[in-house]
Design a protein around this ligand. Sequence first.
Ligand SMILES: [Zn+2]
Length: 267
Amino acid sequence: MQILALSTFPKAILATTLVQVIALGAVWALKGRDFLLRKYLGSLVSLAVGVLLATALLHLLPEAIAQLGNTPMLWFVLTATLLGLFATERVFSALTGGAAEPAGANTLTTREHHHGHHTSRPINLVFGGMLHSFVDGVSVAAAFTVNTRVGLVTALAITLHEVPHRLGDFALFVHLHVSTRRAMQLAVLVGLPSLLGVALVTVIGAGASGATAWLLPISAGSFLYIAMANLMPELQHECKLRRVFTQIFCVLAGAALVLLIARLPGA
Ligand SMILES: [Zn+2]
């Protein structure tokens, strides 16, 4: 099934813009209300873990196999994505002094924790965030070339991890004595490359239809990495049993949500 990326471009742009608006809206609504953030951050990150894992393993990879066949090349691309993200993050982290992680979705607590040990500059956070949101845009656009349902699930997965990611960045900007107004502007700037990612996929899809299917194992790898390397380690800091149960419940709820969308009739 080859669908021209051109025809899905408006949907992908709309979904990507919506993701950014929601993420920025959350930052705007929660600025100066750290108590709310601290209360619900764990649940939000847990929900994101469930949605990201289920989207990668129940939507993106099965769709990649359906389109490309269960070939060693597909699994090679997935492995290369995971190792590539690890290498990029490590090198970037070493070069910039530790706090900024390009593909990371660090939350407030970890950012503050890191800040205690490293000197970080807002420019590093902005650069890392821009790189990350570019990959997010590529994922959304590639998913919409499969079908609208996979596109929407992917956009949901990105929204749920972008909200804590942006909140964490914003808190750190303010912590680094960037003015609230400037921090808000930087938050907008960080999201812009996602639109560029959509445009790139559209150009690739228009040039070689079918090539976009190879972006699916890359999106899947990026989601698996964010869930397991960036988000899960943060959840592992929690030691109160009641909160651990809340985490487990939210992870399962996230996965269930994705399954539910998968079973929507006619989608
Ligand atoms: Zn993201």
